[in-house]
Design a protein around this ligand. Structure first.
Ligand SMILES: C[S@@+](CC[C@H](N)C(=O)[O-])C[C@H]1O[C@@H](n2cnc3c(N)ncnc32)[C@H](O)[C@@H]1O
Length: 445
């Protein structure tokens, strides 16, 4: 009896909650639009800002984080929308006709994101993990700002793509989907357990055929893509590779006893040493690895040759302080705010991070083919991790040029401090915070 009443109550409460969510979302969107319109008066802005400040002071954020925002010139108001942010899912290409079936499955209407193909939003309280559509890979969760960063790469069929900080893999999955049955994606991440989760993801969505994953330091990774067999043969000829050693067979999760023992030993030694060789933890049937010898796979080419043999597209979604992702920051409420201070906001750690970010961007660019595109993104909103890195990088790399991002004039985001760079934040974009910059590489003169 009680169960029945609860079920009945749910059918009444769920639509009300959905309606309330849409209403709040619309109100916030209106506020953002108001802020963006140039016709708005100064006094109106002050009213919105003072309301935002009031709301911001009610956020359950620790003083250290508010201080960090202040030190980095980030207005805490952007987080006032955090609790009302929708969740985003991407629909697998080809499933467009299935939207109504998916809606029935997740018991919620999918709102089309007009500015990003195949993206839909849904209220934040809707759980999709146990739905059939999610389990069968028709939809998967990825923030719309992340989708925008991938979209900035202009992936074309046949591209060879490097994702230098790939785990847990939402962007990598989207790249693989955009490539379809062509090209390749090389995913690199320094954290083995995170990259293993990425492997699970690509396998779950049956996207792994054109993918290879390496546990490696992205600041030093130096392997170029395996283009096509004829390229390898010509590489073999040009660089004198031997073809008579062990050849990679089709990937299987079941490893021979000797290899398993070696892997356990390495794990016992601790995490990856930063100067260690890349470790291949997955490769798909059409990733170019099957049939290669170890020498073929691990052969590097000289810097001038990368202009020809490098990647067509590179994504450097760099490790950062994650301050743009308020959901990530809120997790520290459970883990302890002191952990946040120590692990994220500590000045020494943020200085190290900017060094790492610069090195990741520099190495990603080194592996890019001339004429290719590189996207640098972080989910931090500090200048130090974004515009400052971009400025320093441009000043030291005359072959690099910052590009406009196609289609971005319709995206709900702001320009960064440097023209052509973009900033997404919860209040402006109704997404998580993200900085995005796109570069191309000119041939060396
Ligand atoms: C912002 S996350 C990447 C998110 C990922 N692109 C996605 O869409 O799911 C940053 C990643 O960088 C990895 N990382 C940190 N230092 C690294 C390094 N030196 N080389 C490669 N990856 C690194 C972290 O393990 C983490 O998985």
């Amino acid at each position: 009896m009680v169960k029945l009443e609860w079920a009945e109550a749910q059918t009444v409460v769920a639509p009300l909650l959905h309606f309330a969510f849409l209403l709040v979302g619309q109100l916030l969107a209106c506020c953002v639009t108001l802020r963006l319109q140039s016709s708005i008066s100064e006094s109106d802005v002050q009213v919105i800002d003072s309301k935002g400040m009031e709301a911001a002071s009610n956020l359950p954020l620790p003083d250290a984080f508010l201080q960090f925002l202040n030190d980095n010139g980030i207005d805490p108001c952007i987080y006032t929308a955090a609790d009302f942010l929708p969740r985003y899912v991407r629909l697998k290409p080809g499933c467009e006709e299935q939207v109504e079936v998916i809606e029935a499955d997740i018991r919620c209407k999918l709102e089309k994101v007009e500015w990003l193909p195949n993206f839909y939003s849904l209220p934040p309280h809707i759980q999709i993990a146990s739905s059939k559509s999610y389990q069968e890979g028709q939809i998967y969760g990825i923030d719309a700002a992340s989708g925008a960063a991938v979209s900035a790469l202009n992936i074309s069929p046949g591209d060879h793509v490097l994702d230098l900080c790939a785990a847990p893999g939402a962007k990598l999955c989207m790249i693989l989907e955009l490539l379809g049955n062509s090209g390749s994606v090389t995913g690199v991440d320094v954290a083995r357990h995170r990259l293993a989760a990425c492997r699970t993801l690509v396998q779950k969505y049956s996207l792994g055929d054109h993918c290879r994953l390496f546990v490696a330091n992205g600041a030093e990774f130096s392997l170029v893509p395996i283009r096509v067999d004829s390229d390898i043969k010509s590489l073999n000829r040009e660089f004198g590779m031997k073809g008579d050693e062990f050849l990679y067979k089709e990937w299987t999760s079941r490893k021979p006893y000797k290899e398993r023992k070696k892997a356990i030993k390495e794990r016992e030694k601790g995490s990856l040493q930063l100067n260690q060789d890349p470790e291949l933890i997955y490769y798909g049937r059409h990733s170019g690895v099957v049939g290669l010898s170890k020498t073929d796979l691990f052969k590097t080419v000289s810097t001038p040759e990368i202009s020809q043999y490098g990647y067509d597209k590179v994504l450097v979604d760099a490790e950062c302080t994650h301050d743009g992702s308020i959901k990530h920051i809120q997790k520290f409420e459970n883990w302890g705010w002191t952990t946040l201070e120590r692990r994220v906001l500590d000045a020494e750690r943020t200085d190290d991070l900017t060094v790492l970010q610069f090195r990741l961007l520099t190495n990603g660019f080194k592996l890019l083919k001339a004429g290719g595109y590189l996207v640098y993104s972080t989910c931090s909103l500090t200048y130090a991790q974004n515009e400052d890195i971009v400025e320093k990088f441009l000043s030291l790399n005359p072959c690099a040029e910052l590009l406009d991002i196609d289609g971005s004039e319709c995206w709900p985001c702001k320009s960064g401090r440097i023209p052509k760079t973009l900033r997404f934040d919860p209040l402006t974009s109704r997404t998580s915070g993200l900085f995005v910059a796109k570069f191309t590489k000119h041939p060396e003169r």
